[in-house]
Design a protein around this ligand. Sequence first.
Ligand code: SF4
Ligand code: SF4
Length: 229
Amino acid sequence: MPVINKDACTFCGRCSGWCNYNAIFYVPSAHIIEVIENLCHGCGACSFACDAGAITEKPVVLGSVSTFRTERGSTLVEARMRVNEMSPVRVIKAAIKEAGEEGTIILDAPPGTSCPFIQTVDKADYVILVTEPTPFGLSDLRQSYETLKSMDRLCGVIINRAGIGDNKVKEYLDREKIPLLAEIKFDPAIAHTYSEGGLVTDRYPGMEKLFTDLAEKIKDNNGTGSNKR
Ligand code: SF4
Ligand code: SF4
């Protein structure tokens, strides 16, 4: 977070001009200059812009990254944003860095196509979009797929809660030649299982095959191969 020393500041306005986030409140006639901390993205542009040496930087806590070992021997890295923080991007970046690059890494992105999604899929070799067969699911899927296309990312789709809604998601996948990787039937017991912290693969043995098949398809890096670029 930048800190402005008003005694050294010449009120030239360069820092404010360089800030893409309007995070510097600047009224030169009144000799007022302040960093609006909630808007600041910590990009460092203002420090770079200041020739007068009036800007230093202080560390701030944006959230935390915790690492756990699961009973099954895998590692779980959790990014937790501080309440009131405007942007989760730097906490997500820290978690992805902590996860390293060894072995198979599964990054779980929030839904939507905003910065957290972009940040998470940015490093992915393959993206699995999980949708549901409803107009809402289709609308989100379309936006996500268009975003991934523009980022040149390979992807496939899982239809969750299959059996509800309509057939329009499948028609869309056919039309766009997007691989359908798996379907998970709608079953309230699945939601109960994970809301209790359980694994569906423990309670439903058939599920394990679904996920191992899915892993194989992705390892082959082609889904059905149709959206390979
Ligand atoms: S660039 Fe430096 S000197 Fe100029 S207004 Fe900003 S803090 Fe002050
Ligand atoms: S660090 Fe970046 S976002 Fe924050 S005030 Fe400076 S230029 Fe603006």
